[in-house]
Write a protein that binds this ligand. Structure first.
Ligand code: PXG
Length: 469
């Protein structure tokens, strides 16, 4: 039996056939995949990955928004090895604990900035973003029950939000395609519009005015549901999977005013935005709002091993811990020692290399300057960045900002050119998005922009030939 994890002994075709025969992929049309064959990714280093045919790709999506320290970090492998040899697993259910989990909770509490009367001294661990958001639903409901307001059950979220793929995660999310499968959302979850100025701003309306108007949809919804029935509002600081939707500067302050006015809990889902992605350890600091619960996952370990969790703010922790007795919730792997040891080593790297500061400082400025220059391209209707996330929208007519017909799948055409030319860039409809590793140098950013420019030029030629522009 071949136990090699590379494709060197098994040929690409053989792996693709076994993949098709046995592996159910997430969010994948398997009929379609079987006809193409999956691209087999075999190794990685720095900001690059390689496939089984030896093709090198600049991974401008950091795996899936997570490999913030880049690939090939020996220190993370060593931390996992050491911990596996010492204590690979023990649970923390029955009055036991383990040192890496305690150290990580302490360290995360120290990294999470206090804002106003909110501080974060407690952490709940899971193994993913989806699980963490399920835990949020459990904690929010328990909180209001303990405060004798059990009628406060409704959690408000936003259309086109992504909060995971479990029953609660998919329900909290606002992806219509997900809701269409499996009778979602579950009861007591409702959605408002997203703050997407390019699409929903009215003629003559400023981005700032739109930001206040979009936040106002939350107040409208609270009044519609009944203020005494609303438990919490959940949102990503910047919507990631929804296409890098960056809210106007006025949005978050107005959201804060509204959640304060009605006393509802605020959940900041920072699965993508935390750990330096926006230039801060936690993204609520970037926008200056005061969440009660903060979801994290992905880059807490830079994706090297699964780990997620919730930063539980003092408002909720006080009630759950001091009044709650036993909370009947938790996972086998809550506080997994190996995952926590890898997270600690990952935070060491981020601290030593000052990755959040880098993104907040000159490197983030350089990235923004180079990316925003893409606005000059004929196909680009708008381009935006925040820290190390960026998005641009492909348009049919630059002057009128007329959009392409969704059936023409222009984003996928552009993505195809990226893929064939050594760049991983995502398409969400006709928005092209990236979230590169935070370790990018000036030269890496130059190379990234060269590849994006090339993909846009090839897309333009292609669309011209197809008669779409
Ligand atoms: N919240 C947010 C904000 C996320 O981005 C999750 C929760 C769920 O995390 P897990 O670990 O359960 O996957 C996510 C995950 C995409 C894409 O298409 C984004 C995610 C996952 C898969 C695909 O951009 N984000």
């Amino acid at each position: 039996m071949n136990t090699s994890h590379t494709a060197e002994q098994l040929g690409t075709r053989e792996i693709q056939a076994l993949d098709s025969a046995h592996f159910i992929h997430p969010f994948t049309d398997h009929g379609d995949l079987a006809t193409r064959g999956a691209r087999v990714i075999t190794r990685s280093d720095g900001i690059y990955i390689w496939d089984s045919e030896g093709e090198k790709l600049l991974d401008a999506m950091s795996g899936l928004w997570c490999v913030n320290v880049g690939y090939g970090r020996k220190a993370l492998a060593e931390a996992a090895y050491e911990q596996m040899m010492t204590l690979p697993f023990y649970n923390s259910f029955f009055q036991t604990t383990n040192v890496p989990a305690v150290k990580l909770a302490t360290r995360l509490a120290a990294l999470a900035p206090k804002v106003g009367d909110r501080s974060f001294e407690h952490v709940f661990f899971s193994s993913s973003g989806s699980e963490s958001n399920d835990s949020n639903v459990r904690m929010v409901r328990r909180y209001w029950d303990l405060l004798d307001q059990p009628q406060r059950k409704v959690i408000i979220s936003r259309h086109n939000a992504y909060h995971g793929s479990t029953m609660a995660g998919a329900s909290l999310g606002g992806m219509s395609g997900m809701h269409a499968q499996g009778d979602l959302p579950i009861p007591n979850i409702t959605h408002i519009g997203q703050p997407y100025f390019f699409e929903d701003g009215q003629p003559g309306e400023s981005a700032d005015a739109f930001g206040v108007r979009a936040a106002g949809w939350l107040e409208d919804k609270i009044l519609e549901v009944g203020p005494d029935k609303v438990a919490a509002f959940i949102a990503e600081p910047i919507q990631g999977a929804g296409g890098v939707i960056i809210p106007p500067a006025t949005y978050w302050p107005e959201i804060q005013r509204i959640v304060d006015k009605y006393g509802i809990l605020l959940i900041s889902d920072e699965v993508i935005c935390a750990f330096g992605r926006l230039g801060h350890w936690f993204a609520y600091e970037r926008f200056g709002y005061k969440p009660d619960l903060v979801t994290f996952a992905k880059a807490v370990t830079s994706g090297y091993i699964p780990l997620g969790g919730v930063m539980v703010g003092n408002r909720v922790a006080k009630v759950l811990i001091e009044q709650g007795g036993e909370f009947n919730h938790g996972y086998t792997y809550s506080g997994h020692p190996v995952a926590c040891a890898v997270a600690l080593a990952n935070l060491d790297i981020m601290e030593a290399e000052q990755l959040p500061q880098r993104v907040r400082g000159e490197m983030g400025d350089y990235f923004a300057k180079r990316f925003l220059a893409l606005k000059d391209h004929l196909l680009v209707g708008d381009a935006e960045t925040c820290g190390f996330v960026a998005g641009l929208v492909l348009v049919k007519n630059k002057q009128t900002k007329a959009r392409f017909n969704p059936d023409d799948a222009v984003g996928m055409i552009c993505r195809g050119h990226c893929f064939r030319n050594g760049l991983i860039m995502r398409a969400v409809g006709d928005r092209m998005i990236i979230a590169p590793p935070l370790t990018m140098t000036h030269a890496d950013i130059d190379e990234l922009l060269r590849l994006i420019q090339q993909a846009l030029d090839l897309t333009q030629q292609d669309l011209h030939q197809k008669g779409l522009i």
